[in-house]
Design a protein around this ligand. Structure first.
Ligand code: SF4
Ligand code: SF4
Length: 338
């Protein structure tokens, strides 16, 4: 391009934008809905009978990188019960001057007490009003809920609440032919702890489903139809979870991105040697504590070099492990599940 046309080219982006449709929203008169998973302000959830899900374990506060959460646990008594089980969140505060809405606290919460809403209008002109209290964060009472304190209405014990079937929240599961156990999630060893996942997908047919039979047919098609599982592997590179589908020819197809190796077959052959991966509600805390230990060791190395470094590493790892153990011991829900 001749040099004199350079400025014209430079303004090209400007001119192009000038003639595009303007996408301005007249906020606050007009409010566009956010993306469904938008991280807005937090909410402390309730059980269907109105009891609070928060057990005051502080895992959210430990996981928060901004130190924005303050929790004080309290003891439920037979006369005054706010949550099922032993403990409840007596004081709960989130400081929105600090919060970066990252959602790590939600990941850490073992009871799904803490979630995030799509509400984003959090600005205010006083510091005090940006520290939200438990009363502000608690989910509203829906029809059928009762303001705590009150007795457990969904079962005799705390365990009944975590078993949603007995609480009547979801229908009895229909298990795949040949699968065993009281819930649809397997234990890897007989009598072992049931599977938990860091990420994954699943299907649940709700009690309120209008056509559970049809939903079950769809679930069977998605999980057990070998031909469609093979086809989906071709489209997504995701190896089917159904072992019988590993004989599908699609898994043998060479993949040009991976130097024409048949990655489906290679994954399937590796499967028997893959060790089980355990996850736990204190994973997030454990990771945070390991990072903390690493930072402290690095700091020690910067100051003192290698002198005393092995001892520092051992001490920091022991401190991190003790912290995680202490949090796990305080986590009543986890102790119940084991
Ligand atoms: S969203 Fe992130 S910053 Fe905000 S309270 Fe939760 S963990 Fe802390
Ligand atoms: S992690 Fe969940 S249950 Fe524990 S204090 Fe926080 S909100 Fe409550």
């Amino acid at each position: 391009m001749p040099e004199f046309l350079g400025p014209v080219k430079g303004f090209g982006v400007t001119f192009r934008q000038m003639f595009r449709k303007v996408d301005t929203v007249e906020y606050p008169e007009v409010k566009e809905p956010t993306a469904p998973r938008y991280h807005g302000r937090h909410q402390l959830n309730r059980w269907p009978d109105g009891l609070e899900k928060c057990i005051g374990c502080e895992l959210c506060a430990w996981a928060c990188p901004a130190d924005a959460i303050y929790v004080e646990g309290g003891d439920n008594t037979p006369e005054e019960r706010f949550s099922p089980g032993e403990r409840f969140g007596a004081v709960y505060q989130i400081n929105y001057l600090r919060c970066i809405l990252c959602g790590l606290c939600v990941e850490a919460c073992p009871t799904r007490a803490l979630t995030m809403t799509n509400e984003y209008e959090l600005a205010d002109d006083s510091r005090e009003s940006l520290i939200w209290t438990k009363e502000q964060l608690l989910a509203p009472l829906l029809p059928g809920m009762e303001q705590p304190p009150h007795d457990m209405r969904l079962g005799q014990t705390e365990r009944d609440y975590y078993n949603l079937r007995s609480a009547g929240v979801v229908a009895e599961p229909v298990l795949a032919p040949g699968s065993e156990g009281e819930a649809g999630v397997p234990a890897w060893t007989p009598g072992g702890r049931r599977t938990s996942v860091w990420g994954g997908t699943g299907l649940m047919i709700m009690k309120a489903s209008k056509n559970p039979e049809l939903a079950w047919e769809l679930a069977k098609y998605l999980y057990f139809d070998e031909a469609s599982l093979g086809q989906r592997f071709t489209e997504t590179n995701i190896v089917p979870v159904l072992k019988d589908a590993w004989t599908r020819p699609e898994l043998d197809a060479p993949n040009p991105y991976f130097s024409n190796q048949p990655i489906g077959r290679m994954y399937a052959e590796l499967a028997p040697d893959t060790p089980p991966i355990y996850s736990s509600p204190v994973d997030a805390v454990a990771r945070a504590k390991l990072n903390e230990a690493f930072s402290r060791c690095l700091e020690s190395y910067k100051r003192h070099g290698e002198a005393g470094l092995p001892g520092t590493i051992r001490a920091e790892l022991a401190r991190a492990a003790a912290d995680v153990r202490r949090m796990a011991d305080r986590n009543h829900a986890l102790a119940e599940a084991e």
